[in-house]
Design a binder for this molecule. Structure first.
Ligand code: SF4
Length: 221
């Protein structure tokens, strides 16, 4: 049942919005950096920080390993919470150098569950960030969950409102084929519909999912 509903939601969103071309980033490390910086800010602000890092020729693990903390904080300042995010980036880099000689390609051979566990053990890397790195930087079939995802599936009665991150991830991963391209596009489409229609105050009129059964309970949002 969930499989049919989730497939229908995907089809309607894709038909309306088309491919979203995620994740924007020229290199694997740029994707990882973006995944860390995007927490609690808009993508436009992340782009400014990434642009600063590129202009300073600092967007490589080696450069970020050696860069002074204060200098890094100044470069990523546009992304907001720059002191916290500097620590998070440094935590990731330190883990990479302490365990894998700073070599991202060494991570390719690690199985997904172990890599996920290792990423989650890095201070400041939460589930959404870890799963974004797994899906978008390492092409692993892991479904990325965020507030938009939760809102859409709660409102379309696919899961109880109290479901946590892992239950939401399990809903998608157990209902859909483990297809990296599908998970990539599906997450991006949910972000799109969440930003344009399924806001805290839903704008169902004109939404691509309007014709599907849904419920809006203000106590949840
Ligand atoms: S805005 Fe309404 S129709 Fe669109 S996804 Fe949200 S609940 Fe569904």
């Amino acid at each position: 049942m969930s499989r049919e509903k989730l497939t229908e939601i995907y089809r309607l969103l894709y038909d309306e919005f088309g491919p979203q071309h995620w994740w924007p980033g020229e290199t694997r490390f740029e994707i990882i950096t973006g995944a860390v910086l995007t927490q609690n800010t808009s993508w436009a602000n992340v782009e400014k920080a990434i642009k600063n890092l590129k202009s300073a020729e600092c967007l490589t693990p080696e450069k970020l390993h050696h860069i002074d903390t204060e200098q890094l904080a100044n470069l990523i300042r546009p992304a907001g919470y720059f002191n916290i995010k500097t620590k998070r980036l440094k935590n990731f880099i330190n883990w990479l150098f302490e365990n894998y000689n700073g070599n991202l390609t060494d991570l390719e051979s690690i199985d997904t569950d172990r890599l996920r566990a290792e990423l989650l053990a890095i201070k400041g890397v939460g589930r959404e960030t870890a799963d974004s790195i797994l899906l978008y930087a390492f092409d692993r079939p892991v479904f990325v969950v965020d507030a938009y995802t939760a809102r859409v599936v709660f409102r379309h009665e696919l899961i109880a409102p109290e479901a946590d991150y892992e239950q939401l991830r399990e809903l998608f991963e157990s209902s859909l084929p483990a297809d990296t391209r599908l998970f990539n596009e599906y997450h991006a489409l949910l972000v799109r519909v969440g930003k344009e229609f399924c806001r805290p105050k839903a704008r169902c009129r004109g939404c691509p999912l309007e014709k599907l059964p849904h419920t809006l309970d203000p106590e949840y949002f």
